[in-house]
Ligand binder design. Structure first.
Ligand code: EPU
Length: 416
């Protein structure tokens, strides 16, 4: 699928932020752990969620999903063999490993997919599963995990991995005894998944800190849970607000404390920012100053906004830089931005951007989710038509981006 954008710098208005993708893609597989029907609200209508719901149905769960409300009835009997090839379409499908291990102590599943951001090993997940008592067999494309029983243990993660922290919480929540996970990630989405498990009766302490302690419980019960809003979606529109020349872009339904690293950066380079309880507004009223950004685990600057902020850097006089420290190859947008006339270069893990460069229209290709978002923002900067091919990758993780961008004044349409 392609998208056509007729650029316009004068964009302004309010964008309502949807539920968090990275919470939803973990919370949906986590539902497997529960023995009763339950309701989850603020579930974003994105392709990754649709894919997971298809897999849940194939597993035998009853699914009712409309208006961002998801009602799930557990499968009567779980087959440990997940045959669905859809697992290969996204990263979050690897959370079935933790939830199946936690519930029925075994699973056979294809390796998960997701954006190609360089090598993405899952050794910390597997080491943790082993410590909990699982035996693991792997082939090139498939993984089989089996435990006689899961017993609480102490796990030290070599890196505060988001995926490993969540997967190990899922496996440990119904294990026998106490599990302590150290050096865990503290992203808000991890706290969200933990709060969901607690709402089902899980016993978890230390969420949002580097040490999480889980006291295993025998069963998890029904709940009615609301997913937090998507800080990366909000950050994307805020960066657009810093690029655009209108009266400002406001994101609403977002907790501003999740975005402090971004709002601090935008303030430091000269943007006007207004923050209230659930809203942030960004306005560009004067020339901005160059910046140097290093992506870090939360609460540092998020890797998921790294590619996107390099587009803003093209509109700042002087040289800015963005060092990517989380993934080895999150740079697919660079060659595409160069086709538009942007002055970017990559040295080791750092992108250097010299501005200000006017961006011209071009035919572009989106390789990954956040790279696609970067290209969309770049396309707003010239008055010609920009075509972006493979825009499907954007729809994997942003809810209703076409409608939301049209709502702030952009001429954008999907082409089949
Ligand atoms: N890593 C290992 N071994 C592991 C796990 C991770 O070496 O067992 C390395 C990874 O290769 C990477 C680093 O540790 O270099 C961080 O990986 P992490 O596990 O934290 O990331 P993830 O779980 O694969 C999630 C999000 C990403 C987000 C990162 C970092 C989901 C489904 N994905 O990925 O989201 O960038 O955390 O915050 O939650 C996106 O939304 O565009 C996206 C890629």
């Amino acid at each position: 699928m392609k998208v056509k954008i007729r650029g316009k710098k004068h964009l302004e208005g309010i964008v309502a932020i949807s539920g968090s993708k990275n919470s939803a893609v973990a919370i949906i597989p986590a539902v497997i752990l529960c023995d009763e029907p339950l309701t989850i609200r603020n579930v974003p209508d994105i392709h990754d969620v649709q894919t997971l719901l298809d897999i849940m149905q194939e597993i035998g769960c009853g699914i009712d999903y409309k208006d961002n409300v998801l009602k799930v009835t557990p499968a009567k009997k779980l087959n440990y063999r997940i045959q669905s090839e859809k697992v290969k379409k996204l990263r979050g499908s690897y959370y079935f490993m933790g939830s199946f291990l936690g519930k029925i102590h075994k699973i056979s599943i294809f390796s998960s997919g997701g954006c190609n951001l360089g090598n993405r090993p899952i050794n910390y997940h597997l080491d943790g599963f082993r410590k909990l008592g699982a035996k693991i067999q792997e082939t090139d494309h498939q993984i089989f995990l089996k435990a006689h029983k899961l017993t609480g243990t102490e796990i030290d993660l070599g890196f505060p991995s988001v995926g490993a922290t969540i997967n190990l919480m899922l496996a440990a929540v119904r294990a026998k005894g106490t599990t302590v996970i150290r050096n865990c990630a503290i992203e808000p989405e991890i706290t969200d998944v933990g709060d969901f498990l607690i709402a089902m009766g899980g016993d978890i302490q230390g969420l949002g800190t580097p040490t999480i302690t889980i006291e295993g419980v025998k069963r998890l019960h029904s709940c009615d849970y609301t997913i937090i809003s998507d800080r990366i979606e909000a950050g994307t529109y805020l960066i657009l607000g810093a690029i655009a020349t209108g009266k400002g872009i406001t994101v609403k339904e977002i907790d501003p404390k999740f975005l402090i690293s971004l709002t601090d950066t935008l303030i430091a380079i000269g943007c006007d920012i207004t923050i209230s309880e659930k809203e942030i507004t960004v306005r560009r009223t004067k020339p901005l100053t160059p910046c140097s950004i290093v992506t870090k685990p939360y609460p540092g600057f998020p890797t998921d906004l790294g590619q996107i902020i390099t587009v803003l850097m093209t509109q700042i006089e002087g040289t800015s830089q963005m060092k990517e420290t989380i993934f080895s190859n999150r740079f697919s947008h660079i060659e595409e931005l160069k086709k538009m006339g942007a002055n970017l270069s990559l040295l080791d893990d750092t992108i250097y951007v010299s501005g200000i460069t006017p961006l011209k229209s071009a035919n572009l290709y989106a390789y990954d989710l956040r790279g696609a978002a970067a290209l969309v923002l770049a396309a707003t900067l010239n008055r010609g038509n920009t075509i972006i091919d493979n825009i499907d990758v954007l729809l994997r993780g942003y809810e209703k981006p076409i409608e939301k961008l049209q709502g702030i004044g952009l001429k954008i349409e999907l082409l089949e």
